[in-house]
Design a binder for this molecule. Structure first.
Ligand SMILES: [Mn+2]
Length: 334
């Protein structure tokens, strides 16, 4: 599939009934670019309206995250709130309420993470047509530009290979259109290289960003065959693995890409990857102190749900914010 450069996540705040329409219309517009079926478009719109209405009615307010998933005809809608939480019954268990049960039926994937007093994250993923064969690793992410910009100064991408995948997160200096240009220059330069050496990834990003204002980046490769995660970073895109409640920070080198003639010194670190491990990368649009063990059952959820919850709980709100989560399919642990 090559490098899959991920689109920016659209965030729609929902505080009153009239906000529901904006999220529904955005999903309808996106769905129409992915499928010709009026029925599929209608289902995605209806599910979005239901999720957004739920935010307003049950939580008072929240936001809806929307993105297309590259490499397949699919989109994701995630409703996020800090409300009182939903019943606690599993989907189909009768305690969800009619609205969420309908969303569960309409979506290809539905996942709900809800805590009493801690808020709710509800994911509905829609596949239009036959999805590609499942990859051994599941990757979810949220990347939201700082208001008031539409252009996202952060960017991220995934490349799957026969042994796992490589994930890169780039943060262009500052925010707005020039930061966006820097981040996209780096990602575009990484497309179709087939490269496995993480030093080369960062070297290419550096070279590509020299004609821009520059930025920072981290890249991580999960290799299921060797049972390791390799990581290399320049600047403050953070990385961590969690396995059986054991957390290991992945060390970046200080510096900037694209601003000096020479690339800063790159070091590749390697930590073990076990079945049930989680890898998380995040940009400095999240404040320090990101916690992955609280709530304790968060990591048992879809990677997109994990990313949306971490974004909700840790985004500073004044910078582009990106969280990417990698887990092994069928091996999620709580
Ligand atoms: Mn930043």
């Amino acid at each position: 599939m090559g490098l899959l450069i991920q689109p920016s996540t659209e965030l729609f705040p929902v505080a009153e009934t009239s906000d529901v329409g904006a999220a529904r219309r955005a999903v309808g517009k996106l769905a129409r670019t992915l499928t010709l079926s009026d029925g599929d478009v209608g289902a995605a719109e209806l599910a979005t309206a239901e999720l957004a209405t739920n935010l307003e009615v049950h939580a008072g307010s929240g936001h809806v995250l929307v993105r297309a998933i590259p490499g397949r005809r699919a989109l994701e809608v995630i409703a996020v709130d800090r409300g009182p939480g939903v019943g606690g019954a599993p989907p189909g268990g009768g305690g969800l309420g009619v609205g969420l049960e309908a969303v569960d039926r309409m979506a290809s994937t539905f996942d709900l993470f809800s805590r009493r007093a801690g808020g709710t994250v509800a994911l509905a993923r829609f596949e239009f047509g036959e999805p590609p064969p499942p990859t051994a690793l599941e990757v979810g992410g949220v990347s939201v530009p700082a208001a008031p910009f539409d252009a996202n100064g952060d960017g991220w991408a995934v490349e799957y290979d026969e042994a796992g995948c490589t994930v890169v997160v780039v943060d262009g200096l500052g925010h707005g259109p020039s930061a966006h240009e820097a981040a996209q220059a780096a990602l575009t330069a990484l497309a179709d290289t087939g490269e496995r050496d993480l030093r080369t990834w960062l070297q290419r990003a550096h070279d590509a960003m020299r004609s821009t204002r520059g930025g920072v980046a981290s890249v991580a490769r999960v290799d299921l065959v060797r049972g390791v995660v390799e990581f290399a970073g320049i600047g403050n895109v953070s990385g961590t693995t969690v396995a059986s409640a054991e957390r290991r920070g992945l060390a970046s080198r200080p510096g900037l890409l694209g601003t000096e003639h020479r690339v800063p010194r790159i070091e590749v670190v390697e930590v073990p990857w076990k079945r049930g491990s989680t890898l998380v990368l995040w940009s400095d649009g999240l404040r320090s102190g990101v916690r992955l063990d609280d709530p304790p059952d968060l990591l048992g959820h879809d990677p997109a749900v994990v990313a949306a919850a971490l974004h909700r709980d840790f985004a500073r709100g004044n910078d582009d914010a990106t969280v990417v989560v990698v887990q092994e399919r069928g091996a999620r642990t709580s």
